[in-house]
Write a protein of this length. Structure first.
Length: 324
């Protein structure tokens, strides 16, 4: 598929273009310590809720240098993110709520969630924020061994956890839950659904988690059938997106349905219906149709489909509606 004309790359994706995760150095403790104390080191600071410290008056991360880290946060352990522009990048997590406000003042910083900042930050910083949030969530949630229940100790620069019970010593690795997200089409229309708690008029592509022993394409067919009763044949990969909210990878597809027959089966959706490009244009114009936020690959799937099938620019449609 030609993705050259898409409005933008998927949010949080493309980090490998700027960051080398240097996974082969994570067990080199001496090198990690040397890098963490170097004048080139940069530190991304998160709070216990996974919000990042941003610059007060700019849409940019508030990176700490080594002197700032040593002055205010030398008691915190670091996790290596990687090397970008020849500089080692680390993550710090501040769990002590009493220290947050004074530190915001000292750093002239503010905090923001990944959802709030994802589209405002430069693309590489949004990707680094997503990476750090996903890693910190796993660290926070993975504190005891799943096999024996003993406490875990972080190793490999924060990317693994080892059971402290010498009779077990099991290693635990960061978890990512694969989910499929798909735009289903049939003869000039696409299938979209909505959940009951969404804002009025919002419709999105269908999605669901991959089950054990299931290929991604089979997960697409199963989820579409479960949620809408629609039977899918061809499934074509589109793109993927890290989604650490809290720990997913969204794998996007375009799928072709056999027919437009809808039978709501599992009742996860409040409604599912077929939309032609013109119905989407009209709905955006009068406010009766609201696409997913541009943060999500769902938006990209719809944007790609409208562009390929009708030569329409979803960004322009949304912007035009907002200006009215």
């Amino acid at each position: 598929m030609d993705r050259a004309r898409l409005p933008r790359p998927n949010t949080f994706a493309g980090l490998s273009l700027v960051l080398d995760r240097v996974a082969e150095r994570r067990d080199d403790s001496a090198w990690i310590v040397e890098q963490a104390r170097s004048e080139q080191a940069r530190y991304l600071l998160l709070d216990a809720a996974g919000e990042a410290f941003l610059q007060r008056d700019r849409e940019a991360l508030r990176w700490l240098d080594v002197s700032e880290r040593e002055r205010w946060l030398d008691d915190l352990s670091t996790s290596l993110l990687g090397v970008a522009d020849g500089r080692p990048h680390f993550m710090l997590v501040l769990d002590d709520a009493a220290r947050i406000a004074p530190l915001e003042t000292a750093l002239d910083a503010r905090r923001a969630s990944l959802r709030a900042a994802g589209l405002q930050l430069p693309a590489h910083e949004a990707g680094l924020f997503a990476y750090a949030k996903g890693l910190s969530h796993w660290q926070r949630e993975t504190r005891h061994c799943a096999r024996c229940g003993a406490p875990l100790q972080r190793v490999a620069a924060g990317h693994r956890a080892q059971c402290t019970n010498p009779d077990c010593a099991r290693l635990h690795f960061p978890r990512t839950d694969a989910a499929v997200i798909m735009l289903v089409e049939h003869e000039g229309a696409c299938l979209l659904g909505r959940q009951a708690g969404w804002p009025p008029g919002r419709y999105s592509t269908l999605a669901g988690f991959v089950e054990p022993g299931e290929a991604l394409e089979d997960a697409v067919r199963r989820e579409v059938a479960e949620e809408s009763g629609v039977i899918v044949d061809e499934v074509r990969y589109h793109s993927s997106q890290p989604w650490p909210l809290p720990a997913s990878l969204m794998v996007g597809f375009i799928a072709t349905a056999r027919s437009r027959r809808i039978t709501m089966r599992d009742h996860e959706l409040e409604d599912a219906r077929w939309f032609t490009p013109q119905q989407i244009v009209d709905g955006i114009a009068d406010g009766s149709f609201v696409p997913s936020t541009a943060l999500s690959v769902s938006y990209q799937l719809l944007a790609h489909w409208l562009q390929q099938r009708a030569g329409l620019d979803l960004d322009a449609l949304v912007a035009g509606s907002a200006s009215r």
